[in-house]
Write a protein that binds this ligand. Structure first.
Ligand SMILES: [Zn+2]
Length: 1019
C-alpha cells in the first residue's frame, strides 16, 4: 500500500482547525451591546451593575491599560432554536496564541450572581441548555483591559507596568458578541479527533498508530464539510472503536487536578489578582456543576479571603463546591510564598495562617504543601512542612534548571535536621497542562520512578488570567481515562496520589530509594535574591519587628494583664506574608506592585512599632530611669535576651582610632585591630586573641565591585554567569574622614562612580568583633550588579550560610556541574568561612545573596616557598538595576548595613547575625523587666507569643541553631500550670506531654537543627 502518514495528519489537522472547531458555535445572531468606561479604578459589582450605559458597536477599540469597562449584552433566543443549547460568545479582542495575561471579564446576571469568566481560550457563556425560544437574555460583563507585558516581544522595557506611566490608548478591539447555538455533537467530534490526532503523533509506526490514522480518514470521509453539524454523529461513529480500545495494563497513570496558577501579584497589582481569582473561581464552580468527576485545586488562603471579602456572590459558590469535595483547598499556606528568603517564623506563619483560614471557613486542613512555582526551596522546609502537620510537598519549578536535570520525580526530600517529606515533581514539567498528547506522552517518558511507582500528577488549566481548566480539557480527560497507547488520566485529589505514591515507595524501599538531601537549588532566577532591594529590606525588618511585638505584648499580657493585640498582629502578619509571595519578595513584579509593597512595609513597620512601644510602656511603668530593651534572643549591651534593664555604659574600653602616615587608619578595641588604607579599604583585620588576620595577604576587603549585568532573558530574575567576566572595582575615594564618637571609632568614605554616589560609614564599637559598614547609595545605574568583596585568609572547604532555624553548608569549589551552577546563592543574616580554629563571618541587615570563590596562590613566596596559599573570597550582593518588568528598578537612595566579624565559629556567627539587626531600644520608665522566657544549654529562642486559639496560653518556639545536640531548659517567669509540645502551627501532637518544674521550667533535649514549639498553660 502506498501509505502516507503526513497526508492523513495534514488533512485531519486542517479540517479540525478550519472546519470542525469553528462549527462548534455555528448559527449565531448578534447581541445588542452597551458599555460604560470607568474613569479610574474598578468599582464594586453592585455599583457596576447599576451604571448608566451607552450604545456600543462591536469592533470599536476599547480598554486603556488597567481600565475597567462594563458591557451590557441583551437579546432574545430565536424561536427556531427551540430545543437547542444556546450560548453567548464574546471575543474581547483576544490573542488566542496566549492563554492568559490579556483582557478578561467576569459575567454577571442582572441580579448580581455570576455565570463564569471570559478568557482568551474560553469565550463562551452558557445561556440555556434546551431553549424553548424567545428567552430574553441580559448579561453584564466587568471587563478588565490589562496590558500584555510578557507577550511575543518578551522582556522589552515597558512603561505599561504602572497606571502612573501607562498609555491611555485603547489596547483591544472586540470581534464578536453573539448569541449562538452550541453544537454538542460537533464539540464531541472535535475532541475525539484532537485526542486521536495528538495521540498517534506520539506512537511508533505500528498497528495502533495506523489503525487510528485509518479511523480518522474514515471519519473525515463521511463528514460533509458544508454540513458538519448534520454529519458529525456519523463521523464520530467511525472513531468509536479506536477510542474504545483500552490502555495497556502498565500504562502510566496521571492524577489530574484542575488548576490555575494565579500569581498573587506579578505583571499586575494585587487589586487585579483579586479580580483574576474571582473570575477563575467563578468559571471553575461552573465547570464543576457541569461535570461529574472534575476536581479543581486552588492554593493560598489569601486568595480565598479575597473572594470572600470582595465577591461574596462567587464565595457562596466556592464554599458549596468545597463542601461537595470537588473544589480542593490546597497547600495550607497563606500564599505560595518564596521559601528561600522568609525567616523561619514567617514560614511557620504562612502555614498557621493558611491552615487556620481553611479550618475556620471549610472545617478542613490541607495535607500537603503546594508550591509549583517558587524559585528554589530551602533545606529547612522538610522539617517545617512535617512539623506543621503536612504529609507531602509538591513543586515543579526545578525542571527549569539551566544545567542539571533533577534525577527524581517522586522522592523523599531530606532537610538539614534529617526530616524527610514525600515530594513529587510532575514529569510533565508544567503546572499549566492542557492534557495534550504531547504532554501526556512526556510525563510517561520522563518519569524517573517507573520502576516502583505507577503515576504522576498533572495540574491542568490555564493560570494568570487564562481562567483555569476548560471544558475541552475535561473532555480530553474523559477520552484519556482508558485509551490504548496513552497514559491513563483521572481527576483526583493530590492526597489520593500521594497516599498511593507513599505505599509504592514503601513497598520497594531499597538502599537506592530516591532521596534528595539539602536545598532544592533552582539553577535559574538567581538574581531574585537581590532585585528590588527595598521590598527585601522591608521584609527582613518587619519579620523581625512582628516577632519582637509578640514578645513584648506577651510579656505585658503575662505581667500586667494587658490585652494581647491578636487582631492587629494577625492583620500585620498577613500583610507580611502576602508580600512574601513568590513574585513580590523576589523582586520580579511590575513597578506598581513594588511601589505598593514599599508603602505597605512602611505601614506594617508603623503598626509593629506601635504595639512594641505600647507594650514596653505598660511594662516599664512611669518613671525617668534610662532603660534598654533587648529584642534579640542573645544578651547584649548588658541586657538579657528579651529583657529590659537600666542602661549602663559600655563594659569595654573605648575603641581607638589612629591615623597612619599614608592617610590610612587603624581602628582597634580589646578584640580586633583593623587597618584601612587611604581609600577606606580594609587591608587587615586582626583577631588579637589568635593573631590571625581575616584579610587575605596583599588583598583588600570591603571593596565595592560593579558588574555589567544584562542576562539573556528574565531581567529581574536572572543573572547569567558571564556577568563575572567584567568588573570595575570602585576604588577611588572622594573624601575620607575619621573620628571617635562616644567610644566608637568611625571612618566615613564617600565615592562617586558612573552616575551614582555612595557613602560608607565604617565603625568599630567597643567590645565588638564586628567591623560594621552602613552604606548609603544614590543608585542611578542601568543593568549593573553591585557587590562588596571580602577576600579572606581562610582555607574554607565550605561556606556556612544561615537559613531558617539553622544553617547549611555549600562547598567552595566547582568540581561538578551542580556546584558550578550555584554561582549565586542564598543566605539569611550571616555567612561564615571557617577553618578549624578560625573563622570569619559576614552579617547583614537586608542582604539575601552572596557568592564565593576560592583562590590558590603558589607563587613561591607566601606563606613559604612551595606551600600553596588558599584563600576564600566572599561577596555580598547589594544592588541590581534590571529594566524589566520595572524599568526603574532600585533607582534612587538605597541603604544597607553589613559587617565583617573577625574570629568566629558558627555559634558566634549565629549570635552576631541575630544581634546585628536587633539592636537594643533606649527608653525611659520606672523599672527594668525580667525576661518572660529564658533558655539554657544550647537552646535558641525563636518566638514568644500567645496562642493563636486566643486561650491565653503562652507559645514558645525554640530550636537548635548549630547542628549539634542541645540539652537545656526553657523557663517561663510567670505563673504557668502545664506544658506540652505542640506542632509548628500549635496543634496538639501525640506524645507532646512535657514535665513542668515548680519554677516554670521544661527540660528540652534537641537534635541537630530541631525546631520545637512548646505551649504553656497559664495558671
Ligand atoms: Zn508563579
Amino acid at each position: 500500500m502506498h501509505d502516507d502518514i503526513t497526508l492523513t495528519t495534514g488533512r485531519v489537522q486542517r479540517v479540525l482547525t478550519e472546519r470542525i472547531w469553528p462549527a462548534v458555535h455555528g448559527t449565531s445572531v448578534p447581541l445588542g451591546v452597551e458599555w460604560h468606561v470607568l474613569p479610574g479604578e474598578p468599582v464594586p459589582p453592585q455599583e457596576g451593575l447599576a451604571l448608566a450605559m451607552e450604545p456600543y458597536e462591536v469592533g470599536t477599540p476599547w480598554g486603556r491599560a488597567w481600565g475597567t469597562t462594563w458591557f451590557r449584552l441583551t437579546g432574545s433566543v430565536p424561536a427556531e432554536w427551540a430545543g437547542r443549547a444556546v450560548e453567548a460568545v464574546v471575543d474581547l479582542g483576544f490573542d488566542a496564541s496566549m492563554p492568559g495575561f490579556q483582557a478578561e471579564a467576569l459575567v454577571y446576571r442582572p441580579d448580581g450572581t455570576t455565570v463564569k469568566s471570559i478568557n482568551p481560550r474560553n469565550q463562551y457563556i452558557p445561556v440555556v441548555d434546551a431553549a424553548v425560544g424567545g428567552e430574553q437574555v441580559e448579561l453584564l460583563l466587568e471587563a478588565a483591559s490589562n496590558p500584555v507585558l510578557l507577550g511575543h516581544d518578551m522582556f522589552r522595557q515597558t512603561q505599561e507596568g504602572d497606571t502612573r506611566t501607562s498609555s491611555p490608548r485603547p489596547l483591544y478591539t472586540t470581534r464578536r458578541m453573539d448569541l449562538v447555538i452550541f453544537e454538542a455533537e460537533v464539540h464531541g467530534l472535535a475532541l475525539d479527533v484532537e485526542v486521536l490526532l495528538e495521540l498517534q503523533a506520539e506512537l511508533p509506526t505500528g498497528r495502533r498508530r495506523m489503525r487510528i490514522l485509518q479511523a480518522l480518514d474514515d471519519a473525515l470521509d463521511v463528514l460533509d464539510l458544508q454540513r458538519i453539524p448534520e454529519t458529525a454523529a456519523a463521523a464520530r461513529t467511525a472513531l468509536v472503536d479506536v477510542l474504545a480500545s483500552p490502555a495497556e495494563a502498565s500504562a502510566h497513570e496521571i492524577s489530574a487536578v484542575g488548576h490555575a496558577h494565579i500569581d498573587s501579584a506579578w505583571l499586575w497589582p494585587v487589586r487585579e489578582t483579586i479580580r483574576k481569582v474571582a473570575r477563575t473561581t467563578s468559571s471553575m464552580a461552573d465547570l464543576i456543576d457541569r461535570t461529574d468527576d472534575f476536581v479543581y485545586g486552588m492554593s493560598s488562603a489569601q486568595q480565598y479571603a479575597w473572594v470572600k471579602e470582595h465577591r461574596p456572590e462567587v464565595w457562596a459558590r466556592v464554599k458549596e463546591a468545597v463542601a461537595s469535595g470537588r473544589f480542593l483547598p490546597l497547600g495550607g499556606m497563606w500564599v505560595e510564598s518564596d521559601t528561600v528568603m522568609p525567616s523561619g517564623e514567617a514560614l511557620a506563619r504562612q502555614f498557621s495562617q493558611g491552615q487556620r483560614f481553611f479550618e475556620r471557613e471549610f472545617g478542613l486542613r490541607s495535607h500537603g504543601v503546594w508550591l509549583p512555582d517558587s524559585f528554589g526551596y530551602s533545606p529547612a522546609l522538610p522539617q517545617l512542612v512535617r512539623r506543621a502537620g503536612f504529609d507531602w510537598f509538591f513543586t515543579q519549578k526545578i525542571s527549569w534548571n539551566q544545567v542539571n536535570k533533577f534525577p527524581h520525580h517522586t522522592f523523599w526530600w531530606e532537610g538539614i535536621d534529617g526530616s524527610r517529606v514525600l515530594t513529587h515533581f510532575p514529569p510533565m514539567d508544567t503546572y499549566n497542562s492542557q492534557l495534550s498528547g504531547e504532554e501526556v506522552a512526556r510525563a510517561t517518558r520522563q518519569f524517573n520512578e517507573s520502576r516502583h511507582a505507577t503515576g504522576s500528577i498533572a495540574p491542568v488549566g490555564y493560570g494568570d488570567g487564562g481562567g483555569g481548566t476548560t471544558r475541552e480539557m475535561t473532555g480530553k480527560a474523559e477520552r484519556l481515562a482508558d485509551l490504548e497507547g496513552s497514559a491513563k488520566v483521572r481527576w483526583e485529589h493530590p492526597d489520593a496520589f500521594f497516599e498511593r505514591a507513599r505505599e509504592e515507595l514503601a513497598a520497594h524501599a531499597t538502599s537506592d530509594s530516591a532521596v534528595w538531601v539539602g536545598e532544592l537549588y533552582l539553577e535559574l532566577h538567581r538574581a531574585t535574591l537581590t532585585s528590588q532591594h527595598k521590598t527585601k529590606q522591608g521584609n527582613r525588618r518587619n519579620e523581625q519587628l512582628l516577632v519582637e511585638a509578640e514578645v513584648w505584648a506577651a510579656t505585658a499580657s503575662a505581667r500586667t494583664g494587658a490585652d494581647y493585640p491578636y487582631d492587629e498582629l494577625d492583620a500585620l502578619w498577613q500583610q507580611v506574608l502576602l508580600l512574601q509571595f513568590h513574585d513580590i519578595l523576589p523582586g520580579t513584579s511590575v513597578a506598581w506592585v513594588h511601589r505598593e509593597a514599599m508603602e505597605q512595609h512602611a505601614a506594617i513597620t508603623a503598626g509593629a512599632q506601635e504595639i512594641i512601644e505600647r507594650s514596653l510602656r505598660t511594662l516599664v511603668g512611669e518613671g525617668d530611669t534610662a532603660l534598654r530593651a533587648n529584642p534579640a534572643v542573645f544578651a547584649q549591651a548588658g541586657v538579657p535576651a528579651l529583657g529590659v534593664a537600666p542602661a549602663s555604659g559600655p563594659a569595654a574600653a573605648a575603641s581607638t582610632l589612629t591615623e597612619l602616615p599614608d592617610g590610612g587608619y587603624v581602628l582597634a578595641n580589646d578584640l580586633v585591630r583593623v587597618t584601612l588604607d587611604g581609600a577606606g579599604h580594609v587591608t587587615s583585620a586582626i583577631d588579637l586573641a589568635t593573631g590571625r588576620d581575616a584579610v587575605a595577604p596583599g588583598r583588600e576587603a570591603n571593596v565595592l565591585q560593579l558588574h555589567q549585568d544584562f542576562p539573556n532573558k528574565w531581567d529581574a530574575w536572572d543573572v547569567d554567569r558571564f556577568y563575572r567576566n567584567s568588573v570595575t572595582d570602585l576604588r577611588a575615594a572622594e573624601k575620607v574622614t575619621a573620628t571617635v564618637d562616644e567610644g566608637v571609632a568611625v571612618v566615613t568614605v564617600r565615592r562617586t562612580f558612573s552616575s551614582s554616589t555612595l557613602e560608607q560609614v565604617i565603625t568599630l564599637a567597643p567590645g565588638s568583633r564586628t567591623l560594621e559598614v552602613a552604606l548609603e547609595t544614590d543608585w542611578h545605574e542601568a543593568e549593573k550588579f553591585l557587590k562588596v568583596a571580602f577576600p579572606l585568609d581562610v582555607r574554607a572547604e565550605h561556606m556556612a550560610a544561615e537559613t531558617q532555624f539553622g544553617f547549611h553548608k555549600r562547598v567552595t569549589h566547582t568540581n561538578t556541574s551542580w556546584e558550578a551552577a550555584k554561582f549565586e546563592t542564598s543566605m539569611h543574616r550571616w555567612v561564615l568561612a571557617e577553618e578549624p580554629g578560625f573563622g570569619v563571618g559576614l552579617v547583614n541587615d537586608s542582604v539575601y545573596g552572596y557568592d564565593v570563590t576560592r583562590e590558590v596562590s603558589d607563587d613561591g613566596v607566601a606563606p613559604a616557598p612551595g606551600v600553596p596559599e588558599v584563600t576564600t573570597t566572599v561577596r555580598l550582593s547589594l544592588l541590581r538595576a534590571p529594566r524589566f518588568p520595572d524599568p526603574e528598578t532600585d533607582q534612587g537612595i538605597q541603604t544597607h548595613r553589613y559587617g565583617l566579624v573577625v574570629g568566629v565559629d558558627t555559634a558566634a556567627a549565629t549570635e552576631a547575625g541575630a544581634t546585628f539587626g536587633a539592636r537594643p531600644r533606649e527608653l525611659r520608665g520606672g523599672a527594668g523587666v525580667e525576661p518572660l522566657v529564658s533558655v539554657s544549654g544550647g537552646v535558641t529562642l525563636s518566638a514568644v507569643k500567645l496562642a493563636d486559639d486566643r486561650s491565653g496560653d503562652l507559645v514558645v518556639r525554640v530550636y537548635e541553631a548549630l547542628g549539634r545536640r542541645a540539652s537545656g531548659t526553657v523557663t517561663v517567669a510567670a505563673p504557668v500550670s502545664g506544658a506540652r509540645t505542640v506542632s509548628l502551627i500549635e496543634d496538639d501532637i501525640e506524645g507532646g506531654a512535657a514535665d513542668l518544674t515548680s519554677d516554670g521550667a521544661v527540660a528540652v533535649e534537641l537534635s541537630p537543627f530541631e525546631v520545637r514549639t512548646l505551649r504553656f498553660t497559664r495558671a
